[in-house]
Design a binder for this molecule. Structure first.
Ligand code: PEP
Length: 245
C-alpha cells in the first residue's frame, strides 16, 4: 500500500433524524482516528446538528454553480460553512433520480475541488452492463469524463468510490476478488492519465458493506475503505465497519 489512508464514509441518504444524530456522538469510541478517516454524510438539514463532532462531515451532492436562482440546490460554500470537508458526487441514485450525466458529475466535482471540498466521486455499472461484458468500457467512460475536465493535480484532490449498482442496498456484495479486480482496473486506467494520480488515489468500495464483510473487502490491496449506506444508520454496526478499515 502507498500512503493511502483508509476512509469509511457513511451515506445516510434521505434517512435519519435529530435523535439519530445524537446517537452518533459515541461513534468514535474505540475507533483510531489516526488509522481511518471517518465521515458521515447526512441530509444537509442535519449538518448543523453535528457541530463539534470528532469525525468528518460530508454533503450528499453539491451544485456545480456558485449561487443564484436554483431552487433546492446547495452550494459548496454552504456545505463548508456547515462544517463539511467532503461531498459525495455522482451517486447512482442522483444519476438515476435526477438525470445527472457524467459531464455534470465532473463539473460538480471540479466545483467542490475549487471550493476546498474533497469530492467522493461515485462510479459503477448496472448488472446489465456487466452481463453484456461492457464493465470496463463503461467505467472507463465515467473516468474519462473526469479526466477530460480536470488536470491530474485537480483530480488528485478527489476520492473515487466504486459502487456497482447491483450491490447497492440489495444485500448482494461484490466478492472481495470481484471488487479488487475492478479497483485494480480503475487504478490502471487512471495510471494511463497519470501514474502519481493512480498510486495516490483513495478508491472506496460501496455496495452492501456491513460489519461482517468489511474486513475482507478492506484487506484487498486496491480497496482503500468504503462508502456505506444502510449499515451507516446503526451506530454499533457502523463503528465496527470503521474498525475494520
Ligand atoms: C450507497 O448507496 O452508497 C451504498 C453503498 O448503499 P448500501 O451500503 O446500503 O448498499
Amino acid at each position: 500500500r502507498y500512503m493511502r489512508k483508509p476512509i469509511v464514509a457513511g451515506n445516510w441518504k434521505m434517512n435519519g433524524s435529530r435523535s439519530l444524530v445524537k446517537e452518533f456522538s459515541t461513534l468514535m469510541d474505540g475507533v483510531d482516528s489516526a488509522a481511518v478517516e471517518v465521515i458521515i454524510c447526512p441530509p444537509a438539514c442535519y449538518l448543523s446538528e453535528f457541530a463539534g463532532a470528532d469525525f468528518a462531515l460530508g454533503g450528499q451532492t453539491v451544485s456545480e454553480l456558485d449561487n443564484g436562482a436554483h431552487t433546492g440546490d446547495i452550494s459548496a460554500q454552504m456545505l463548508i460553512e456547515f462544517g463539511c470537508k467532503y461531498v459525495i458526487v455522482g451517486h447512482s441514485e442522483r444519476r438515476d433520480d435526477h438525470g445527472e450525466t457524467s459531464k455534470l458529475v465532473a463539473e460538480k466535482a471540479l466545483k467542490a475541488i475549487n471550493s476546498g471540498l474533497t469530492p467522493i466521486i461515485c462510479i459503477g455499472e448496472s448488472l446489465q452492463t456487466r452481463e453484456v461484458g461492457e464493465l470496463e468500457s463503461f467505467l472507463a467512460a465515467q473516468l474519462d469524463a473526469l479526466t477530460s475536465l480536470m488536470s491530474a493535480e485537480q483530480l488528485s484532490k478527489a476520492v473515487i468510490a466504486y459502487e456497482p449498482i447491483w450491490a447497492i442496498g440489495t444485500g448482494v456484495t461484490a466478492t472481495p476478488e470481484q471488487a479488487q479486480d475492478v479497483h485494480a482496473f480503475i487504478r490502471g486506467h487512471l495510471a494511463s492519465f497519470s501514474e502519481d494520480l493512480a498510486s495516490g488515489m483513495q478508491i472506496l468500495y460501496g455496495g452492501s458493506v456491513k460489519a461482517s464483510n468489511a474486513k475482507e473487502l478492506f484487506a484487498q490491496p486496491d480497496i482503500d475503505g468504503g462508502l456505506i449506506g444502510g449499515a451507516s444508520l446503526k451506530v454499533e454496526e457502523f463503528r465496527q465497519v470503521c474498525q475494520a478499515a
